[in-house]
Design a binder for this molecule. Structure first.
Ligand code: BT5
Length: 336
Protein backbone atom coordinates (compact mmCIF):
# COMPACT_ATOMS: atom_id res chain seq x y z
CA UNK A 1 0.00 0.00 0.00
CA UNK A 2 1.46 3.40 -0.93
CA UNK A 3 0.95 6.39 1.37
CA UNK A 4 0.92 10.02 0.13
CA UNK A 5 4.61 10.35 0.96
CA UNK A 6 5.35 7.51 -1.43
CA UNK A 7 6.53 5.16 1.30
CA UNK A 8 5.17 1.64 1.39
CA UNK A 9 3.66 0.64 4.72
CA UNK A 10 2.25 -2.83 5.30
CA UNK A 11 -1.36 -3.31 6.38
CA UNK A 12 0.02 -5.01 9.51
CA UNK A 13 2.10 -1.97 10.46
CA UNK A 14 -0.84 0.37 9.88
CA UNK A 15 -3.06 -1.76 12.13
CA UNK A 16 -0.35 -1.77 14.80
CA UNK A 17 -0.25 2.03 14.57
CA UNK A 18 -4.04 2.39 14.73
CA UNK A 19 -4.19 0.22 17.87
CA UNK A 20 -1.37 2.29 19.42
CA UNK A 21 -3.11 5.60 18.63
CA UNK A 22 -6.39 4.37 20.13
CA UNK A 23 -4.61 2.96 23.20
CA UNK A 24 -2.72 6.19 23.87
CA UNK A 25 -5.73 8.45 23.46
CA UNK A 26 -7.80 9.33 26.51
CA UNK A 27 -11.01 9.80 24.54
CA UNK A 28 -12.35 9.01 21.05
CA UNK A 29 -10.11 9.76 18.05
CA UNK A 30 -11.62 10.94 14.78
CA UNK A 31 -11.05 9.07 11.53
CA UNK A 32 -9.71 12.30 10.14
CA UNK A 33 -7.01 12.58 12.80
CA UNK A 34 -5.89 8.95 12.39
CA UNK A 35 -5.85 9.45 8.62
CA UNK A 36 -3.70 12.59 8.98
CA UNK A 37 -1.27 11.01 11.46
CA UNK A 38 -0.74 7.87 9.39
CA UNK A 39 -0.87 9.54 5.97
CA UNK A 40 -3.55 7.26 4.51
CA UNK A 41 -7.13 7.92 3.41
CA UNK A 42 -10.11 7.81 5.77
CA UNK A 43 -11.57 5.01 3.67
CA UNK A 44 -8.39 3.00 4.28
CA UNK A 45 -8.62 3.68 8.03
CA UNK A 46 -12.21 2.43 8.02
CA UNK A 47 -11.12 -0.75 6.22
CA UNK A 48 -8.39 -1.40 8.83
CA UNK A 49 -10.81 -0.73 11.70
CA UNK A 50 -13.11 -3.39 10.23
CA UNK A 51 -10.17 -5.81 9.96
CA UNK A 52 -9.18 -5.12 13.58
CA UNK A 53 -12.73 -5.83 14.72
CA UNK A 54 -12.58 -9.13 12.86
CA UNK A 55 -9.40 -9.88 14.86
CA UNK A 56 -11.40 -9.43 18.07
CA UNK A 57 -10.71 -5.80 19.01
CA UNK A 58 -13.81 -4.06 20.31
CA UNK A 59 -13.75 -0.66 18.62
CA UNK A 60 -16.74 1.63 19.02
CA UNK A 61 -17.39 4.31 16.44
CA UNK A 62 -19.55 7.38 16.40
CA UNK A 63 -19.85 9.62 13.36
CA UNK A 64 -19.53 12.75 15.50
CA UNK A 65 -16.57 11.94 17.76
CA UNK A 66 -14.69 9.05 16.20
CA UNK A 67 -13.26 5.74 17.33
CA UNK A 68 -12.82 4.35 20.86
CA UNK A 69 -11.00 1.14 21.76
CA UNK A 70 -13.29 -0.53 24.30
CA UNK A 71 -11.39 -3.82 24.61
CA UNK A 72 -8.25 -5.43 23.22
CA UNK A 73 -8.48 -8.74 21.40
CA UNK A 74 -8.06 -11.94 23.37
CA UNK A 75 -6.02 -13.52 20.55
CA UNK A 76 -2.26 -13.96 20.97
CA UNK A 77 -1.51 -11.71 18.01
CA UNK A 78 2.12 -10.65 17.52
CA UNK A 79 1.32 -7.02 18.36
CA UNK A 80 -0.30 -8.06 21.64
CA UNK A 81 2.74 -10.14 22.63
CA UNK A 82 5.37 -7.62 21.58
CA UNK A 83 3.71 -4.56 23.15
CA UNK A 84 5.67 -3.99 26.37
CA UNK A 85 7.98 -6.95 25.76
CA UNK A 86 11.26 -6.36 27.57
CA UNK A 87 13.46 -8.97 25.90
CA UNK A 88 16.34 -8.22 23.55
CA UNK A 89 15.94 -11.05 21.04
CA UNK A 90 13.32 -13.58 22.11
CA UNK A 91 9.87 -12.81 20.73
CA UNK A 92 11.00 -9.97 18.51
CA UNK A 93 9.61 -11.99 15.60
CA UNK A 94 6.31 -13.78 16.21
CA UNK A 95 4.34 -15.98 13.77
CA UNK A 96 0.70 -16.43 14.75
CA UNK A 97 -1.71 -19.16 13.59
CA UNK A 98 -5.38 -19.67 14.38
CA UNK A 99 -4.77 -23.36 13.92
CA UNK A 100 -1.79 -25.55 13.03
CA UNK A 101 -0.92 -29.21 13.67
CA UNK A 102 2.04 -28.38 15.95
CA UNK A 103 3.89 -25.11 16.56
CA UNK A 104 7.07 -27.17 17.12
CA UNK A 105 6.88 -28.42 13.52
CA UNK A 106 6.43 -24.89 12.17
CA UNK A 107 9.32 -23.65 14.33
CA UNK A 108 11.59 -26.50 13.20
CA UNK A 109 10.87 -25.67 9.54
CA UNK A 110 11.61 -22.00 10.20
CA UNK A 111 14.82 -22.91 12.05
CA UNK A 112 15.95 -25.14 9.16
CA UNK A 113 15.48 -22.24 6.78
CA UNK A 114 17.57 -19.91 8.95
CA UNK A 115 15.11 -18.22 11.36
CA UNK A 116 17.10 -16.23 13.92
CA UNK A 117 17.48 -16.96 17.64
CA UNK A 118 14.33 -15.97 19.48
CA UNK A 119 11.81 -16.53 16.66
CA UNK A 120 8.43 -17.47 18.17
CA UNK A 121 5.50 -19.45 16.75
CA UNK A 122 2.17 -19.34 18.54
CA UNK A 123 -1.22 -20.91 17.77
CA UNK A 124 -4.72 -20.56 19.20
CA UNK A 125 -5.30 -24.30 18.64
CA UNK A 126 -3.16 -27.27 17.67
CA UNK A 127 -4.70 -30.20 15.81
CA UNK A 128 -1.70 -32.49 16.34
CA UNK A 129 -0.10 -31.17 19.53
CA UNK A 130 2.74 -33.47 20.62
CA UNK A 131 4.21 -34.49 23.94
CA UNK A 132 7.34 -36.57 24.44
CA UNK A 133 7.75 -40.12 23.10
CA UNK A 134 4.94 -39.71 20.55
CA UNK A 135 2.30 -38.86 23.17
CA UNK A 136 -0.54 -36.48 22.29
CA UNK A 137 -0.93 -33.03 23.83
CA UNK A 138 -4.43 -31.54 24.15
CA UNK A 139 -4.36 -28.04 22.67
CA UNK A 140 -7.82 -26.43 22.53
CA UNK A 141 -8.55 -22.70 22.35
CA UNK A 142 -7.64 -20.72 25.46
CA UNK A 143 -4.18 -22.24 26.01
CA UNK A 144 -0.78 -20.87 25.11
CA UNK A 145 0.76 -23.20 22.51
CA UNK A 146 4.09 -21.67 21.71
CA UNK A 147 7.49 -22.67 20.29
CA UNK A 148 10.73 -20.71 20.52
CA UNK A 149 13.72 -21.16 18.21
CA UNK A 150 16.95 -20.97 20.22
CA UNK A 151 20.49 -21.03 18.88
CA UNK A 152 22.69 -21.66 21.92
CA UNK A 153 26.43 -22.06 21.38
CA UNK A 154 26.69 -25.27 23.38
CA UNK A 155 27.76 -28.85 22.92
CA UNK A 156 25.01 -31.44 22.37
CA UNK A 157 25.84 -33.13 25.72
CA UNK A 158 24.55 -29.97 27.45
CA UNK A 159 21.02 -30.48 26.07
CA UNK A 160 19.66 -32.12 29.23
CA UNK A 161 20.76 -29.12 31.26
CA UNK A 162 19.15 -26.69 28.84
CA UNK A 163 15.89 -28.67 28.96
CA UNK A 164 15.85 -28.29 32.73
CA UNK A 165 16.74 -24.58 32.57
CA UNK A 166 13.82 -24.01 30.17
CA UNK A 167 11.37 -25.81 32.45
CA UNK A 168 12.60 -23.69 35.35
CA UNK A 169 12.10 -20.49 33.31
CA UNK A 170 8.50 -21.39 32.49
CA UNK A 171 7.68 -22.36 36.08
CA UNK A 172 9.15 -19.07 37.28
CA UNK A 173 7.12 -17.09 34.73
CA UNK A 174 3.88 -18.79 35.81
CA UNK A 175 4.70 -18.08 39.48
CA UNK A 176 5.57 -14.42 38.88
CA UNK A 177 2.86 -13.54 36.35
CA UNK A 178 -0.03 -15.40 38.00
CA UNK A 179 0.98 -15.42 41.67
CA UNK A 180 0.63 -19.21 41.76
CA UNK A 181 2.93 -21.63 43.49
CA UNK A 182 4.23 -23.45 40.42
CA UNK A 183 6.53 -26.42 40.95
CA UNK A 184 8.95 -27.95 38.50
CA UNK A 185 8.64 -31.68 37.98
CA UNK A 186 11.96 -32.93 36.61
CA UNK A 187 12.86 -32.34 33.90
CA UNK A 188 10.41 -29.76 32.62
CA UNK A 189 6.76 -30.13 33.54
CA UNK A 190 5.09 -27.46 35.65
CA UNK A 191 2.73 -28.66 38.37
CA UNK A 192 0.30 -26.63 40.46
CA UNK A 193 -1.15 -28.24 43.59
CA UNK A 194 0.03 -31.63 42.37
CA UNK A 195 -1.47 -31.41 38.88
CA UNK A 196 0.16 -30.75 35.53
CA UNK A 197 -0.58 -27.29 34.09
CA UNK A 198 2.31 -26.94 31.63
CA UNK A 199 4.38 -29.28 29.48
CA UNK A 200 7.58 -28.48 27.62
CA UNK A 201 8.86 -30.41 24.60
CA UNK A 202 12.47 -29.57 23.74
CA UNK A 203 13.66 -30.74 20.33
CA UNK A 204 17.27 -30.44 19.25
CA UNK A 205 19.13 -30.55 15.96
CA UNK A 206 22.85 -31.12 16.45
CA UNK A 207 26.07 -32.19 14.78
CA UNK A 208 28.72 -34.25 16.60
CA UNK A 209 30.06 -31.30 18.57
CA UNK A 210 27.66 -28.39 18.08
CA UNK A 211 23.98 -27.59 18.31
CA UNK A 212 22.29 -26.21 15.18
CA UNK A 213 19.12 -25.14 16.90
CA UNK A 214 16.80 -25.99 19.76
CA UNK A 215 13.03 -25.67 19.55
CA UNK A 216 11.43 -25.16 22.96
CA UNK A 217 7.73 -26.08 22.67
CA UNK A 218 5.74 -24.77 25.60
CA UNK A 219 2.13 -25.78 26.25
CA UNK A 220 0.31 -23.87 28.99
CA UNK A 221 -3.26 -24.68 30.04
CA UNK A 222 -4.12 -21.04 30.55
CA UNK A 223 -7.88 -20.47 30.12
CA UNK A 224 -8.72 -24.08 29.42
CA UNK A 225 -11.41 -26.34 30.85
CA UNK A 226 -9.57 -29.57 31.67
CA UNK A 227 -12.44 -31.24 33.55
CA UNK A 228 -13.20 -33.67 30.70
CA UNK A 229 -9.63 -34.97 30.31
CA UNK A 230 -9.09 -38.62 31.12
CA UNK A 231 -5.76 -37.84 32.81
CA UNK A 232 -5.10 -35.59 35.80
CA UNK A 233 -4.40 -32.00 34.79
CA UNK A 234 -5.20 -28.45 35.80
CA UNK A 235 -5.31 -25.02 34.19
CA UNK A 236 -4.30 -21.59 35.43
CA UNK A 237 -7.89 -20.32 35.17
CA UNK A 238 -9.12 -23.28 37.24
CA UNK A 239 -6.48 -22.62 39.91
CA UNK A 240 -7.14 -18.87 40.03
CA UNK A 241 -10.91 -18.90 39.53
CA UNK A 242 -10.62 -16.30 36.77
CA UNK A 243 -9.34 -15.98 33.21
CA UNK A 244 -5.76 -14.84 32.84
CA UNK A 245 -4.22 -12.34 30.43
CA UNK A 246 -2.54 -14.75 28.01
CA UNK A 247 -0.44 -12.10 26.24
CA UNK A 248 1.00 -10.88 29.55
CA UNK A 249 1.89 -14.44 30.56
CA UNK A 250 3.42 -15.14 27.13
CA UNK A 251 5.62 -12.05 27.60
CA UNK A 252 6.68 -13.20 31.06
CA UNK A 253 7.60 -16.62 29.64
CA UNK A 254 9.69 -15.05 26.85
CA UNK A 255 11.51 -12.84 29.34
CA UNK A 256 12.27 -15.69 31.76
CA UNK A 257 13.38 -17.96 28.90
CA UNK A 258 15.74 -15.27 27.63
CA UNK A 259 17.23 -14.74 31.09
CA UNK A 260 17.58 -18.47 31.83
CA UNK A 261 19.09 -19.12 28.39
CA UNK A 262 21.67 -16.39 28.94
CA UNK A 263 22.69 -17.63 32.38
CA UNK A 264 22.85 -21.20 31.10
CA UNK A 265 25.03 -20.36 28.09
CA UNK A 266 27.38 -18.02 29.95
CA UNK A 267 27.70 -19.71 33.35
CA UNK A 268 26.25 -23.19 32.95
CA UNK A 269 23.55 -25.02 34.86
CA UNK A 270 25.69 -24.94 38.00
CA UNK A 271 24.71 -21.26 38.46
CA UNK A 272 21.02 -22.21 38.51
CA UNK A 273 20.93 -25.48 40.43
CA UNK A 274 19.97 -24.11 43.84
CA UNK A 275 17.09 -22.05 42.35
CA UNK A 276 15.93 -25.02 40.29
CA UNK A 277 16.09 -27.37 43.28
CA UNK A 278 14.08 -24.92 45.38
CA UNK A 279 11.34 -24.91 42.74
CA UNK A 280 11.39 -28.67 42.27
CA UNK A 281 8.65 -30.98 43.52
CA UNK A 282 10.74 -33.99 42.48
CA UNK A 283 13.78 -33.55 44.70
CA UNK A 284 12.87 -34.81 48.15
CA UNK A 285 10.17 -37.18 46.90
CA UNK A 286 10.07 -40.89 46.28
CA UNK A 287 10.13 -41.44 42.54
CA UNK A 288 9.82 -44.10 39.91
CA UNK A 289 11.91 -43.45 36.81
CA UNK A 290 10.97 -45.25 33.59
CA UNK A 291 13.84 -45.57 31.16
CA UNK A 292 14.27 -47.73 28.06
CA UNK A 293 16.33 -50.06 30.30
CA UNK A 294 13.56 -50.54 32.85
CA UNK A 295 11.91 -48.96 35.89
CA UNK A 296 13.99 -47.88 38.91
CA UNK A 297 12.71 -46.42 42.15
CA UNK A 298 14.10 -44.58 45.13
CA UNK A 299 14.38 -41.19 46.76
CA UNK A 300 15.22 -38.22 44.50
CA UNK A 301 18.06 -36.52 46.35
CA UNK A 302 19.25 -33.87 43.93
CA UNK A 303 20.07 -32.60 40.46
CA UNK A 304 23.66 -32.50 39.22
CA UNK A 305 25.55 -30.01 37.02
CA UNK A 306 24.52 -31.83 33.83
CA UNK A 307 20.83 -31.66 34.76
CA UNK A 308 20.68 -35.34 35.72
CA UNK A 309 18.29 -36.45 38.45
CA UNK A 310 20.06 -38.20 41.33
CA UNK A 311 18.06 -41.02 42.85
CA UNK A 312 19.12 -42.95 45.95
CA UNK A 313 17.88 -46.47 45.35
CA UNK A 314 16.55 -48.61 48.14
CA UNK A 315 19.78 -50.60 48.13
CA UNK A 316 21.62 -47.38 48.98
CA UNK A 317 23.28 -46.69 45.63
CA UNK A 318 22.82 -43.25 43.99
CA UNK A 319 22.00 -43.41 40.28
CA UNK A 320 21.91 -40.54 37.82
CA UNK A 321 19.26 -40.20 35.11
CA UNK A 322 19.77 -37.79 32.23
CA UNK A 323 16.33 -38.51 30.82
CA UNK A 324 13.31 -40.60 31.69
CA UNK A 325 9.69 -40.46 32.76
CA UNK A 326 9.23 -39.76 36.44
CA UNK A 327 6.28 -40.63 38.65
CA UNK A 328 6.29 -38.94 42.01
CA UNK A 329 5.31 -40.90 45.14
CA UNK A 330 5.11 -39.67 48.73
CA UNK A 331 7.14 -36.63 49.72
CA UNK A 332 9.81 -36.96 52.38
CA UNK A 333 10.30 -33.26 52.75
CA UNK A 334 14.05 -32.95 52.54
CA UNK A 335 13.85 -29.20 52.04
CA UNK A 336 13.63 -28.29 55.70
C1 BT5 B 1 4.78 -32.84 27.49
O1 BT5 B 1 4.85 -34.14 27.06
O2 BT5 B 1 4.41 -32.51 28.58
C2 BT5 B 1 5.18 -31.82 26.45
C3 BT5 B 1 4.02 -31.02 25.93
C4 BT5 B 1 4.47 -29.91 25.00
C5 BT5 B 1 3.32 -29.22 24.33
C6 BT5 B 1 3.77 -28.05 23.51
S1 BT5 B 1 2.47 -27.05 22.95
C7 BT5 B 1 3.48 -26.20 21.88
C8 BT5 B 1 4.40 -27.23 21.26
N1 BT5 B 1 3.80 -27.87 20.10
C9 BT5 B 1 3.62 -29.19 20.30
O3 BT5 B 1 3.14 -29.98 19.44
N2 BT5 B 1 4.04 -29.53 21.53
C10 BT5 B 1 4.57 -28.40 22.25
P1 BT5 B 1 4.70 -35.42 27.99
O4 BT5 B 1 5.57 -35.28 29.20
O5 BT5 B 1 4.97 -36.57 27.08
O6 BT5 B 1 3.21 -35.42 28.47
C11 BT5 B 1 2.16 -35.88 27.66
C12 BT5 B 1 1.08 -36.44 28.58
O7 BT5 B 1 0.49 -35.38 29.34
C13 BT5 B 1 -0.07 -37.09 27.81
O8 BT5 B 1 0.17 -38.46 27.60
C14 BT5 B 1 -1.26 -36.85 28.74
O9 BT5 B 1 -1.29 -37.83 29.77
C15 BT5 B 1 -0.91 -35.53 29.41
N3 BT5 B 1 -1.50 -34.38 28.70
C16 BT5 B 1 -1.88 -34.26 27.40
N4 BT5 B 1 -2.35 -33.04 27.14
C17 BT5 B 1 -2.27 -32.35 28.31
C18 BT5 B 1 -2.61 -31.03 28.70
N5 BT5 B 1 -3.10 -30.13 27.84
N6 BT5 B 1 -2.38 -30.67 29.99
C19 BT5 B 1 -1.88 -31.54 30.91
N7 BT5 B 1 -1.55 -32.81 30.58
C20 BT5 B 1 -1.73 -33.21 29.30
Amino acid sequence: MGGPTGSVVSAETLRDEIVNILLESEGPVSGEEISRRLGVSRAAIWKHIKALRAEGYEIQSSTKVGYTLARLTDLLLPREITRGLSTRQIGRRVYHFDETPSTNDVAKNLARSGAPHGTVVVAERQTGGRGRLGRAWQSPEGGIWMSIVLRPKIEPRMAAGLTLALGYAVARAVSLACGLSAKLKWPNDVFIHGKKAVGVLTEISAEMDSVNYVVAGIGINANVDVSGYEFTATSLSAELGRRIDRAALARAVLKEVEDAHEVFVSKGLVAMISDITRMSCTVGSRVEVKTPEGVRSGLAVGIDEDGALLVKEDGGEVRRFLSGDVTIGSSQNLHQ
